[in-house]
Design a protein around this ligand. Structure first.
Ligand code: IPD
Length: 258
């Protein structure tokens, strides 16, 4: 049942976050997957813990950032530590991200940021919550300049990212990059920023966040199109008021370097 899995995912995200937090000091050297993409022993240990818990409780499959896995009709999509660079540097800006899909539909999203003890949860059709309190996208109620978080990785050319920033700036939209796609999306859901855009992101970074934004009343592009679950895709999530303003700025950019 989905309700069982939600309770399970909340407990597991908190357990996994606590393990990552204990391992944050005294880390060995990280493996560099690219000059800006790392994997620590903690990423591997936390993913192992999550896989163990999932398989001892359910007959579900799991796709994890570090050890991969297979999709199925009942699949968990997991980033053990999203924001690994910030984690290595000792910042609070990293999280555990657990998404659950049944028959190709995202049913659950749980994101836990242990340092500041923020737990974001969403169940399809039942709203989005931060530490148990319902959250909503901003609807630009702040009446100030819109703020968008724009992630980047070497999976897309830096020039395409710069072109995106140039377009945002020309359109009078503020931008930020904080290093965790999952938290960037969770913060769109909570109305703490107005949009999250990344020209290519992997499913484990964003699946839980997608449901959070949708359940908080936001817009999200069809990330799962074109085999997004396996290959990753563009992500564009925002408060509905920005769909027409930011959408056209993405034209042509996420195709670059594919
Ligand atoms: C990365 C972060 C980053 C995003 C990258 C991801 P990781 O995940 O979410 O914000 O821009 O696309 O790969 O490596 O920290 O789990």
């Amino acid at each position: 049942m989905i309700a069982d899995r939600l309770a399970f995912a909340v407990a597991l995200a908190v357990e996994a976050g606590a393990l990552a937090l204990r391992m944050q000091s005294g880390l060995g050297p990280a493996d560099a997957k690219s000059p800006i993409d790392f994997c620590t022993e903690a990423d591997r240990a936390v993913e192992r813990l999550i896989r163990e818990r999932v398989t001892e409780r359910f007959a579900d499959s799991m796709i994890g950032e570090e050890d991969g896995g297979e999709a199925s009709d009942s699949v968990w999509v997991v980033d053990p530590i999203d924001g690994t660079t910030g984690y290595i540097h000792g910042t609070p800006r990293w999280c555990v991200s657990l998404g659950y899909m049944r028959a190709g539909i995202i049913e659950l999203g749980v994101i836990y940021a242990p340092v500041d003890d923020r737990l974001f949860t969403a169940r399809r059709g039942q709203g989005a919550f931060l530490n148990g309190r319902r959250i909503q996208v901003s609807h630009l109620r702040h009446q100030a300049v819109p703020v968008v978080e724009t992630g980047w990785s070497e999976r897309r050319p830096f020039a395409a990212y710069c072109a995106l920033l140039t377009r945002l700036n020309a359109g009078r939209i503020e931008f930020r990059r904080h290093g965790s796609g999952a938290l960037g999306l969770a913060e769109v859901a909570a109305g703490l920023n107005d949009a999250y855009v990344e020209l290519h992101i992997n499913a484990w970074d964003c699946l839980a966040g997608i449901l959070l934004v949708q359940e908080a009343g936001g817009h999200v592009n069809d990330f799962l199109a074109d085999d997004g679950l396996v290959k990753g895709n563009l992500i564009f999530a925002c408060t509905p008021e920005l769909v027409e303003r930011i959408g056209p700025m993405l034209d042509g950019l996420h195709e670059v370097g594919r």
